[in-house]
Design a protein around this ligand. Structure first.
Ligand code: C5P
Length: 406
């Protein structure tokens, strides 16, 4: 059973209506044996009282950086050293901005600078605020500085809007915390994860081919993250100039057919399959054996469809937990939803490649994850723009959580 016995969790509560869910979170953490202390910002105290949190945590609640009485009990540096994890929920846009810029303007922000414990934040705000590029870039900055962002859920909000920005429910937050505090290597221990990455090349003749701009970086980042999280990883890679992540078994392929065959050979005992490759949809029907001469003004190449590797894996008897990618230039979420259903995937990660700054051939990415919950409803969440390595880890942690709940 999951347990947090002996873990010391410092919960930071900033100003947002989702603060009303925190007493429940504190109780559920204590059910798992965690020791919990709470720190509240001024905004947080406008929504729930320190007394409530003191009652459920069993510890005095700190609210003020410059309060001599509180500092005499457990000062901010002691609190920072005490924690095994600093978990800020709800994290308001203001608190996120303070943290992203290294402010030490109140007790919570100061604690975050003074701690060597991991910090995770659960942003919760109106969907328009969450979508604001300043909020997104602050989250991205925090992710680059090692702060874990718990992706907000989407749905109806307290203000009546519908969209992404809701704080996940206390039990989901507790699950996230359990995974964060587990030795990371254990998350996929004993599991085999097969990942396709990079482009494929479809021969026209011995010197020419059809391909695309995929760099393979997202798939390689997933392989590295999966390996670090304890999985045995097979990376089936199309032609790309990237170093194989340590400990990962790499199989190099060129064409879509090669990739399909290589996946077939390793998929039987896979627990998770991630189709991250930008597989060419079509190949020339005939790859001629001699170089084509330019002695005609026009030429015609007949293309035939390539096998859909992802759909084939998902259609197996007893398929692995199958994750697809959808790179789109428009109507990203709609197309991704269609693919999730059509290819019968467990989860899909969708991104907008119309923005040349992220996605293809870039170090960063931003994603919408879609999956089907136990009731058969499609759920979605947004992963803020971050380095592909950080996005990869978030996708995998999310997948582990969904897979365990199924
Ligand atoms: O259908 P579409 O190509 O847009 O779907 C993208 C997803 O399907 C990606 O996860 C990609 O790796 C996978 N795919 C595949 N084999 C193909 C085409 C796409 O595995 N022939």
């Amino acid at each position: 059973m999951a347990t947090l016995a002996g873990k010391r969790i410092l919960v930071g509560i900033s100003g947002g209506i989702a603060a009303y869910k925190i007493p429940e979170l504190v109780r559920r953490l204590k059910d798992y044996g965690a020791e919990v202390r709470c720190v509240m910002t001024q905004g947080g105290q406008a929504f729930i009282t320190p007394l409530t949190l003191q009652a459920v945590s069993g510890n005095a609640v700190a609210t003020d950086l410059l309060d001599p009485a509180a500092e005499a009990a457990m000062g901010h540096i002691e609190q920072a050293k005490w924690a095994d994890l600093v978990f800020i929920a709800p994290a308001s846009a203001n608190t996120i901005a303070q943290l992203a810029h290294g402010h030490a303007s109140d007790l919570l922000s100061t604690l975050c600078l003074a701690t060597s414990a991991p910090i995770a934040i659960a942003p919760a705000m109106n969907q328009q605020m969450w979508a604001n590029s300043l909020v997104q870039s602050n989250c991205q900055r925090l992710a680059q500085h090692g702060v874990t962002i718990v992706p907000p859920a989407s749905g109806e909000q307290a203000c009546g809007d519908i969209g992404a920005g809701r704080m996940p429910e206390p039990l989901a937050l507790r699950e996230f915390i359990v995974q964060l505090l587990q030795p990371s290597e254990a998350l996929f221990a004993g599991q085999h994860i097969v990942i396709t990455a990079g482009p494929t090349r479809e021969a026209i003749d011995p010197v020419r081919y059809l391909s695309n701009h995929s760099s393979g970086r997202m798939g390689f980042a997933l392989a590295a993250a999966a390996q670090q999280l304890g999985a045995r990883v097979t990376l089936v890679a199309g032609p790309c100039h990237l170093t194989t992540p340590a400990g990962v078994q790499r199989v190099d392929v060129v064409s879509a057919n090669d990739m399909a065959n290589a996946v077939d050979e390793v998929i039987a005992d896979a627990d998770i399959f991630i189709g991250c490759a930008a597989v060419a949809d079509y190949r020339p029907e005939i790859a001629v054996t001699q170089k084509i001469k330019k002695n005609q003004d026009t030429m015609h190449i007949e293309l035939v469809k390539n096998p859909d590797i992802l759909a084939k894996v998902a259609a197996r008897d007893n398929p692995p937990f199958t994750i697809g990618f959808a790179a789109e230039t428009n109507d990203v979420v709609d197309y991704a939803r269609g693919k999730l259903e059509r290819k019968r995937l467990a989860m899909i990660a969708a991104n907008d490649v119309s923005n040349s700054d992220i996605g293809f051939n870039s170090d960063d990415n931003a994603m919408t994850l879609l999956w089907r919950d136990n009731a058969g409803e499609i759920q979605q969440t947004q992963l803020a723009r971050a380095a592909k390595q950080a996005i990869a880890e978030q996708i995998l942690r999310h997948a582990a959580q969904i897979k365990d709940n199924h």
